[in-house]
Design a protein around this ligand. Structure first.
Ligand code: XMP
Length: 182
């Protein structure tokens, strides 16, 4: 698995440190209005490991919602648009929602989920992403909590996949381009 990487981009130690910092900022933001209730809407499957680590650093009463969105198809890394595959499994009406995604790339995924959550009557919507490809992220898809800004490389590990592989890598690495570019 490691042999398929061009390089490690973000070590597991740096991820752990940054996740703690993000949790602190998130806790401060939501502590003021705990009564309304917080739901973390997690975009599957890439955010699984991020979710597990982040929520254990968050001393807030919260619910977890899940939604599955597809943006990459099969053997290609080119975005083909985003589509909800499995709808949100909880009611978020009147609740604060924190959207959680592994990476903000072209913004298509978060745009679709934000629209869905807004239509469901959320009281507020904020976004938390572990990674952001700053050069590509569009202005209309804001993220209030960002772990790391990265270059436009295709990254895997810590939940992020290529063709459903590499999610179990504890670090985030850049995939060797010859493995996905024809
Ligand atoms: P968009 O373009 O919709 O992309 O903002 C967000 C979703 O696309 C996937 N994605 C990646 N997955 N390495 C990955 O493993 C990447 O470099 C990458 N860029 C985008 C990811 O599922 C994310 O939720």
């Amino acid at each position: 698995m490691i042999a398929d990487l061009d390089r490690i981009l973000i070590s597991r130690e740096r991820i752990a440190g940054r996740v703690k910092e993000m949790a602190k900022a998130i806790a401060e933001t939501y502590a003021a209005d705990e009564a309304a209730g917080l739901t973390i809407v997690t975009i599957l499957s890439g955010s699984l490991i991020f979710l597990a680590d982040l929520i254990r650093e968050l001393p807030l009463k919260m619910k977890i919602g899940l939604i599955t969105v597809s943006s990459y198809r099969g053997e290609t890394t080119a975005p083909l648009g985003a589509r909800i595959d499995r709808d949100l499994n909880v009611d978020v009406a009147g609740r604060h929602v924190l959207l959680l995604d592994d990476i903000l790339d072209t913004g298509g995924t978060l745009r679709v989920v934000r629209e869905r959550v807004a239509a469901a009557g959320a009281k507020s919507i904020r976004t938390c992403v572990l990674l952001r490809k700053l050069a590509k992220a569009p202005a209309d898809v804001p993220a209030e909590f960002v772990g790391f800004d990265i270059e436009d490389d295709f990254v895997v590990g810590y939940g992020l996949d290529y063709n459903d592989y590499y999610r179990n890598l504890p670090d985030i690495g850049v995939l060797r381009p010859e493995l996905y570019k024809s």
